[in-house]
Design a protein around this ligand. Structure first.
Ligand code: CP3
Length: 355
């Protein structure tokens, strides 16, 4: 597939450890409810209808790119499209978040999913690929496009909890009571994720980010057993499958709350390691080593601060990470009540830092 040539490649250069003109910046959930144009669109369309309609997903992906001088775009979708491809119902309820009305309750429920494997990702999730291809064209090479997926442990949490949870105690019960069956489920999810990411790369995604948002509920030992091996497999198998045709499509791992595993994440096969705001940038760099790019990690709540405070925080963060092998971002997704003008202040502060 051929696409318009890339005009701003600072993001991909930072990923490769090359020199950048300015520190690249993008924002997790940059297409979202803090934008009035998103809210307006969302009033007319159901959340998954937007995800499943390539022209809608493209439009919403482009909204923040039109408004701000961001250095990357991320395809509008959700991590929960994988449980849907495995036959589970997922609803997005306003003010509540995702709800899976028929969660996995006992380990026997894995059988419900097995009827759907192997998942033909082109058939079930091809709409994401179409949205990626359409967005790549409409971006006209302005900035690169990121594809993404949820990681196995995080997806398993939603599939068992039936939605968000403060403790993930139902999912963790599986780990303690039925570790072998838990691994069976994690492997099943890994297989779908690998094919899904390869499909996204073939459709035009220029980097693939894996969200292990629920790593914070695991301790170091559980992370080593129930998250890390699958994250590594995903990087290894995706790269192997993409092969020479596309060249390498770099990958980012964002294991939120896994500060305890930074050294291991730095050697997990991903070019970029995303970190949340609970880790000091200087310590993070020491621990992941010099050969990966770091991404993060401003507290999303810093976007509520007055202009001068926000500028100072962004500048201090950028200086601590340094201009080399660094992509600025928040330490988690942006909140819906952030004033849109503060996003611009943040981006400009990053772009003028370390010059
Ligand atoms: O970053 C982007 O702009 C791309 C779009 C994107 C969405 N979800 C859109 C979305 C991405 C990358 C995601 C990933 C995602 N989805 C994660 C991993 C990242 C993270 O936040 O940890 C998770 C855990 C989910 C599951 C999910 N989807 C939750 C928990 C929620 C509810 C939280 C909330 O903000 O309401 C969603 C809903 C969701 N996904 C929204 C958006 C824009 C808001 C829903 C709406 O418009 O009604």
């Amino acid at each position: 597939m051929s696409f318009p040539p890339l005009k701003n490649d600072n993001f991909l250069r930072a990923v490769r450890g090359e020199k950048v003109d300015h520190i690249p910046v993008w924002i997790m959930r940059q297409a979202g409810r803090y934008l009035p144009e998103f809210r307006e669109f969302r009033e007319k369309h159901n959340f998954f209808e937007i995800c499943q309609t390539p022209a809608y997903a493209t439009e919403v992906t482009l909204q923040p790119i039109r408004r701000y001088p961001l250095d990357a775009s991320i395809i509008f979708s959700d991590i929960l499209v994988i449980p849907q491809a495995l036959g589970m119902t997922v609803e997005m309820r306003p003010g509540v978040g995702p709800v899976l009305p028929e969660p996995l309750v006992t380990v026997e429920d894995i059988g419900r999913l097995e009827k759907y494997v192997p998942v033909n990702v082109q058939e079930k999730l091809g709409y994401v690929g179409e949205a990626i291809t359409m967005t790549r064209k409409q971006l006209e090479g302005k900035v690169p496009l990121i594809g993404f997926t949820g990681a196995p442990w995080t997806l398993m949490c939603y599939m068992i909890e039936g939605g968000g949870s403060k403790t993930m105690s139902k999912a963790k019960k599986w780990i303690y009571k039925s570790p072998q069956e838990t691994k069976k489920l994690l492997s099943l999810l890994t297989d779908v994720i690998v094919d899904y990411l390869v499909m996204q790369a073939n459709a035009g995604a220029q980097l693939l980010q894996v969200f292990e948002s629920n790593a914070e509920y695991l301790g170091p030992d559980q992370f080593d057993e129930f998250s890390l091996p699958y994250l590594k497999q995903i990087a290894y198998r995706v790269k192997e499958k993409i092969g020479c045709e596309l060249g390498t499509v770099p990958m980012t791992v964002f294991a939120k709350g896994a500060h305890y595993a930074l050294e291991k994440l730095g050697q997990s096969g991903y070019e970029v390691v995303g970190i949340d705001w609970t880790v000091d940038p200087v310590e993070a760099r020491k621990r992941v080593g010099p050969n990966v790019t770091l991404q993060g990690n401003l507290d999303p709540c810093a976007l509520y601060a007055p202009k001068e405070t926000l500028e100072k925080m962004a500048k201090t963060m950028a200086e601590k990470f340094g201009k080399h092998r660094y992509i600025a971002n928040l330490g988690h997704g942006i909140y819906p009540d952030v004033p849109p003008e503060n996003v611009e202040i943040f981006i400009n502060a990053i772009h003028s830092a370390c010059q």
